[in-house]
Ligand binder design. Structure first.
Ligand SMILES: O=C(O)CCC(=O)C(=O)O
Ligand SMILES: [Fe+2]
Length: 409
């Protein structure tokens, strides 16, 4: 349907078609809206459900425990980030390879989410920053309540390892399809050869719920500000709460935000800035954001005393006071139901090997009418610069969390 993110079935037997058809569907999605939802992708619903369970177990830990595993630096890109430490630079000019330029400053509130980033444990690399600080399973187990007996048997590290390795394979399968779709050398393996060193970043995300006072202190409905992703592809799994929106351009003047509705057992795939640069804008990295679900207006009758003592609800407008009721101490009020469900999602940010220079792919540019649009940049350098502009760590300046650059192009 025109208005929806395309759903692409990756199971060749089920759809009775050739790989060529899958490739065409993927390329059509990535060259237009930049997003698709894939189904029958080979990752079991049990593994996805277990990954959500360990994510919830982790985020349920007290803040001081989670901070033991805190994110240290964009260079390592691993660890826990509490709510309020990340501001997406939605107006950042990603065509500029010099990520330090702050042309003018816009204040945007930080995202209302906490995250846990996990990378590949490279045991051949002596540098400790490229290893995870895994949460202590005994601490997780001891914090589980007794009525969750089913969850006792799952182990954070084991589940995440399995999820990481299967998502990594899925990423390379998709890169093979994209390589074939773009007509790249080595029988489509050109991209796979440059993306196969596990430099992915698995991010568990939790958007806290509750009433408006504690769910979102800025009183806006934004949980995650508009942004494009930094890497090659993102493989995202969301729970059933919803709220993810993608910006679509109709034509030159009209733009709209469309919902990425939760589809059971599906994975959302979107193009990141690095692949957009690599393909000279042929594949699109599209702006997306996360909003809270709509609040519900209800009308109810409360006593004056109840209204005066009300702490968890926002009373927007006292109206239609019924004199008879008022005498009895009752008043009709318009209540905004402010209970916002918490939301979990799991993003698998797929990156390019660290030593690769992102230089326009040979089938995406030519000297005559489509010259390269971007300067060449090393993939790891590009990623760490984008992360540093987004995430506040103890070593970064406070401006980087509360400001964003204004688009200069
Ligand atoms: O939570 C979501 O659904 C989206 C998260 C996202 O876009 C991101 O972390 O880059
Ligand atoms: Fe994103």
């Amino acid at each position: 349907m025109m208005n929806d993110i395309p759903v692409i079935d990756l199971d060749l037997n089920r759809r009775h078609s050739s790989e060529d058809e899958i490739i065409t569907e993927l390329l059509t999605a990535f060259t237009t809206i930049g997003f698709c939802t894939i189904i029958n992708h080979g990752i079991s619903s049990e593994l996805i459900s277990n990954t959500f369970k360990v994510s919830k177990q982790f985020f349920d830990l007290p803040l001081e425990v989670k901070l033991k595993y805190k994110y240290l630096s964009p260079k390592s890109n691993r660890g826990y980030i509490p709510s309020g430490m990340e501001t997406h630079d939605k107006t950042y000019d990603h065509s500029n390879s010099d990520c330090d330029s702050l042309s003018s400053v816009t204040i945007i509130p930080p995202d209302q989410k906490e995250t846990m980033d996990i990378g590949y444990d490279d045991n051949n690399d002596d540098d400790e920053i490229f290893k995870n600080n895994w949460p202590d399973q005994d601490i997780i187990d001891s914090s589980l309540s007794n009525d969750n007996d089913d969850d006792d048997s799952i182990n954070f590290h084991d589940v995440i390892d399995e999820y990481f390795s299967l998502m990594d394979k899925l990423y390379l399968r998709l890169m093979k399809y994209i390589g074939l779709g773009l007509g790249l050398p080595d029988d489509g393996d050109y991209l796979v050869q440059r993306c196969n060193q596990h430099h992915e970043n698995l991010r568990l995300l939790h958007y806290p719920g509750g009433n408006t006072n504690n769910a979102n202190s800025s009183n806006s409905n934004i949980r995650g500000n508009a942004h494009t992703d930094f890497g090659a592809l993102t493989l995202l799994v969301q729970d059933e709460v919803g709220g993810l929106k993608v910006r679509r351009s109709n034509n030159e003047s009209e733009e709209e935000w469309i919902d990425v509705k939760p589809v059971p057992n599906s994975i959302i795939v979107n193009v990141g800035d690095m692949l957009m640069r690599w393909s000279n804008d042929k594949l699109k990295a599209t702006l997306h954001k996360v909003e809270t679900p709509p609040t519900i207006n209800t009308t109810a009758t409360y006593t004056r005393d109840e209204i005066d003592s009300c702490t968890t609800r926002t009373i927007s407008n006292v109206h239609g006071i019924d004199d008879n009721h008022e005498e009895e101490g009752e008043v009709k009020v318009n209540i905004i139901d402010v209970i916002i469900p918490e939301r979990y999602s799991i993003a698998f940010f797929c990156n390019v090997n660290k030593d690769v220079n992102i230089e326009c792919l040979e089938t995406c540019c030519n000297d005559t009418d489509n010259p390269p649009k971007y300067p060449i940049i090393n993939s790891y350098e590009y990623l760490t610069q984008r992360l540093a502009a987004t995430i506040q760590t103890s070593t970064s300046t406070s401006t980087s969390t509360t400001t964003s650059t204004t688009e200069s192009s």
